[in-house]
Design a protein around this ligand. Structure first.
Ligand code: THU
Length: 145
């Protein structure tokens, strides 16, 4: 993984698991429906069961209703009642970090979720590693309402 000043939050996961997760994210990105931006994003979540769920971005002619890859993957897990998540890998052409809406959406279910992100052609070692509590500090939580 890329050098980082924070401890690797996913050190408990094997390289094999992470490698599978990265491959799944790349496969998902290839299925993106992104005719407007041409920016294809794939996201894969490792579930507690060991299974992986994936999502791609789905754009729309009414641009604002576009759904990001991260939220598609999260909703796939939720619809299967799989709410215990170990990590997410996100890949995109330029390797962007998850958008603010996705950070908030994911934090509802996994406030400390380990996050890996990088480019579509990244190797495991080239991914940036961080976690949701770092990308979205002072999260609004249900107990605060
Ligand atoms: N996108 C994602 O899927 N995830 C992100 O975290 C950032 C942006 C998508 C939305 C849109 O289809 C395209 O990338 C360009 O913003």
């Amino acid at each position: 993984m890329a050098q980082s000043s924070i401890p690797d939050p996913v050190s408990k996961l094997s390289e094999g698991q992470l490698s599978q997760l990265l491959d799944a994210a790349k496969t998902a990105a290839a299925k993106a429906y992104a005719p407007y931006s041409k920016f294809t994003v794939g996201a894969s979540i490792l579930l507690k069961s060991g299974s992986i769920v994936s999502g791609c971005n789905v754009e729309n002619a009414s641009y604002s209703v576009t759904i990001c890859a991260e939220r598609v993957a999260a909703c796939t897990a939720i619809a299967d009642q799989q709410l215990d998540w170990k990590a997410i890998v996100i890949v995109s052409p330029s390797g962007v970090s998850p958008c603010g809406s996705c950070r908030q959406f994911l934090s509802e279910f996994a406030p400390d979720l380990p996050i890996y992100y990088g480019r579509l052609d990244s190797s495991l070692a080239q991914l940036t590693v961080t976690s949701l509590d770092i990308l979205l500090p002072a999260q609004m939580r249900l107990e605060d309402l």
